[in-house]
Design a protein around this ligand. Structure first.
Ligand SMILES: NC(=O)C1=CN([C@@H]2O[C@H](COP(=O)(O)OP(=O)(O)OC[C@H]3O[C@@H](n4cnc5c(N)ncnc54)[C@H](O)[C@@H]3O)[C@@H](O)[C@H]2O)[C@@H](O)CC1
Ligand SMILES: [K+]
Length: 512
């Protein structure tokens, strides 16, 4: 996966990009000037001339602040610049711009905010390595108390650009201007909420610097996977579009029915729900284009395994409504192991994951083929308890969602889709995608069942697990955006066709 435009750079990777640009002949002073210029442009597009306070920290984030103060002053804005740090430790480029500032340099104090209408937060960016020292913290608290609009340079001070974690109190920005590429911390919560509107500015770093940086994290977008999207082909027929099997349980039958319908809507040629014979009539009476197969009473496990002997059943989803009570749990576990033994594409969601909370390694050992796991945070903790105690993540910078999902993928051998407002999809080879298009109203009962259905439907059509997971998550979010408030899970598959045709028109212009 190379899609340069969607790459997310960690602060360390951004520093590599920065120094590679300097090696290629772009002076560091110019990069800083361009960064400051971009922030001023963004400010002037959003706010009319007003009194501005620019708070500058000790590193290059503060250096950008010196440029911003100078350019706003030149444009006739009333500007107050305050700096806290050791002047003699400024980098060469920051010193250059510090000297170019002709006005007064104020020391940090609460009184600075009097009469101010906009604050530029240029205290800390990529170089933040620990919670803020007291003087900076006081300014952050003052910003929070005054409720003034804030434009943050690179990230709101206190947000870790790599993890999105807040190292202490953070004043939320109305606008954040970052440079060259977004950082993971702009998309991961709470960072995402603290950034406000996010602008990415070109500051003259040549794109070629990315070739030597082994970027492993992307923002989800159709550009990452639209080339491999399995559109129906004229010469194809339903058997070419795969046959998904969805394991149906006894008590919550709606969940697997939603999954099955979603798999069909996203284009699987055939979808079968299997159900114990006792409850089969419920499925049979309520499903039309989805088929319902009855598993004989007393030999459900064998019957499910026998069904899977037919290799045309090329993608299997277990979890939604599968059941965890008594015998049901035994059957759920057995179904998971039978499905994995086929080495065909398998989606494991909800109960299929929780059923292995006592012995997750039994599950991991069985994964030897294409597999996508879709835990939410609670299920993740149950299935990957060791990750939460791992020494590898035993520091504040690493306990983020991307790191945990990556470790889980490596440990299990499956693509791990860790759900939430900032869903992360990680592959065992270390690649990770952060999703950013999900609206708040997507958090509704059954929406996870639909997501599992979208994934298994794409797997049935031959899409690779990492791409299928990313595509399903993006389409899921997009459908919710298009439908809007009032959405219930049933609406998701019904609203998918319109979203699919818009997506096809936008991203897949050549006919298949
Ligand atoms: N990397 C790039 O390509 C570019 C970076 N630029 C700016 O440079 C910034 C990164 O600069 P730096 O690496 O100097 O990082 P910062 O400016 O974020 O801060 C680093 C400095 O703060 C100190 N520090 C860290 N945590 C502290 C704390 N809690 N309390 C007190 N001091 C603390 C460090 O010892 C170091 O002196 C970016 O965020 C961006 O704003 C721009 O100038 C444009 C180009
Ligand atoms: K900042």
């Amino acid at each position: 996966m190379r899609q340069d435009s969607q790459m997310l750079l960690t602060p360390t990777e951004m520093a590599l990009a920065d120094s590679a640009a300097v090696k290629k002949g772009v002076p560091a002073v110019s990069l800083m000037a361009a960064a400051g210029f971009a922030v001023v442009e963004a400010i002037r597009r959003r706010w009319s001339k007003r009194t501005v306070l620019v708070l500058c920290g000790p590193g290059n984030n503060g250096g950008d602040g010196f440029v911003i103060a100078r350019l706003l002053h030149t444009a006739g804005w009333p500007v107050c610049l305050a700096f806290h740090g050791d002047e003699t430790s400024l980098s060469k480029e920051a010193m250059h711009h510090f000297k170019a500032w002709q006005g007064r340099v104020e020391t940090f104090s609460d009184a600075l905010f009097d009469g101010v209408e906009l604050v530029v937060d240029a205290m800390f960016g990529a170089g933040l390595s620990r919670p803020l020292d007291a003087r900076y913290r006081d300014m952050v608290n003052a910003m929070i108390a005054r409720k003034l609009p804030i434009c943050a340079v690179d990230v709101p001070s206190g947000v870790d650009g790599s993890t999105g974690k807040a190292l202490g109190e953070v004043a939320p920005a109305a606008l954040t201007v970052t440079f060259f590429r977004k950082k993971p911390g702009h998309l991961l919560f709470p960072g995402r909420a603290l950034c406000g509107e996010l602008v990415v500015a070109d500051i003259g770093i040549p794109e070629q610097v990315l070739v030597d940086i082994n970027v492993q994290t992307w923002e989800n977008s159709p550009e990452l996977w639209c080339q491999d999207y399995p559109w129906p082909r004229l010469e194809g027929h339903k058997f070419h579009r795969g046959h998904a099997v969805v394991y149906g349980g006894e008590s919550t039958t709606g969940a697997s029915r939603l999954t099955a319908r979603s798999a069909l809507r996203i284009g699987a040629g055939l979808v079968t729900v299997t159900a114990p014979s006792r409850v089969w009539p419920i499925y049979a009476a309520s499903l039309i284009s989805v088929m319902a197969t009855s598993l004989d009473e007393g030999r459900e496990q064998e019957a499910f395994a026998e069904l899977l002997i037919d290799a045309r059943h090329n993608a299997i989803c277990i979890g939604p409504g599968a059941g965890l009570q008594g015998e049901e749990k035994v059957r759920t576990r057995h179904a998971v192991l039978s499905a994995l033994a086929t080495k065909r594409a398998v989606v494991l969601d909800a109960d299929a994951l929780s059923a292995f909370s006592d012995d997750p390694h039994t599950l991991f050992d069985a994964i030897n083929g294409p597999c996508v796991m879709t835990p939410h945070e609670g299920e993740f903790v149950r299935v990957f308890p060791e990750i939460n105690n791992s020494p590898e993540i035993n520091n504040v910078h690493a306990t983020d969602k991307v790191t945990r999902a990556r470790l889980a993928a490596k440990l299990s051998g499956a693509v791990v889709l860790l759900k939430g407002a900032d869903t992360v999809i990680a592959s065992p080879d270390g690649q990770a995608i952060i999703n950013s298009n999900a609206p708040a109203h997507l958090a509704t009962g059954g929406s996870g069942d639909v997501l599992a259905g979208f994934i298994v439907g794409l797997l049935a059509q031959g899409m690779a697990p990492f791409d299928a997971a990313a595509a399903a998550v993006w389409l899921h979010g997009e459908v919710a955006n298009v439908f809007g408030i009032g959405l219930i899970a049933e609406d998701l598959p019904e609203c998918l066709p319109g979203v699919l045709s818009d997506f096809k028109q936008h991203y897949c212009s050549t006919e298949n």
